[in-house]
Design a protein around this ligand. Structure first.
Ligand SMILES: Cc1cc2nc3c(=O)[nH]c(=O)nc-3n(C[C@H](O)[C@H](O)[C@H](O)COP(=O)(O)O)c2cc1C
Length: 200
């Protein structure tokens, strides 16, 4: 099959690409509303984009009525956000926070999700997350109907069992992160990993 995503199949671009470009990591992003309440929502258009400086991006689209999602709005206003990473025990809770609520409503309050103070920014992080990345906003790019939020990672919190302080490495075997698979509702675990050494 040949699919023309800017022509005949343009209205299928999302389900086709989102089901092919898998697994995708999930950013469970916390932001602060001006009323002080914590917003939480998942985004799988997400990745690391560099290490000097340490940078990541995620892409909140618009709601159906054309207005920005709360996360994008809060990032632009406050200039900061936390990317909380998601392992299997947190998966269902993470999905529940994708429900659409009014901007001033806190998903962490509604779902009873415990948060902890961040170290370098005002926005709290999710206490149970295996890792949380405190970010300051670098830029928001708007490309067509897409929006890319780019952040600089200032501080990483990682669960003690996931970090080897001698080697200063993440213990990947203990990190059971989940990924997003075919649109809309499929996920994967990362329990079946293998290693291939690169040529020197
Ligand atoms: C696993 C998962 C991944 C998602 N990824 C995205 C994404 O990359 N971009 C996006 O705009 N919405 C994505 N969504 C939908 C948002 O989470 C949803 O629109 C949410 O209500 C936005 O919340 P907010 O208005 O509080 O920012 C995803 C939902 C789920 C369950």
């Amino acid at each position: 099959m040949k699919l023309d995503l800017l022509g005949e199949h343009a209205d299928r671009a999302y389900p086709i690409l989102a089901s092919l470009i898998t697994p995708r990591p999930i950013a469970w992003v916390t932001t602060l509303h001006e009323n002080g309440k914590v917003n939480a929502a998942p985004f799988s258009f997400f990745n690391m984009i560099g290490d000097d400086p340490p940078m990541l991006m995620f892409c909140p689209g618009n709601r159906e009525d054309g207005t920005p999602k709360d996360t994008a709005r809060n990032c632009r206003r406050s200039g900061e956000f936390v990317v909380n990473l998601v392992d299997a025990p947190l998966c269902e809770m993470m999905v529940r926070t994708s429900a659409s609520h009014a901007a001033e409503v806190s998903e962490t309050e509604i779902e009873g999700i415990e948060t902890s103070a961040s170290s370098m920014i005002t926005t709290p992080r999710i206490s149970a997350a295996p890792a949380a990345l405190e970010c300051k906003l670098h830029d928001i790019l708007e490309i067509g109907g897409n929006r890319m939020v780019i952040g600089i990672v200032h501080c990483v919190h990682v669960r003690d069992s996931l970090y080897d302080p001698i080697q200063q490495r993440i213990l990947a075997h203990n990190y059971q992160v989940i990924g997003r698979m075919a649109s809309p509702d499929w996920y994967c675990t990362t329990l079946d990993q293998f290693e291939i050494q690169r040529p020197r």
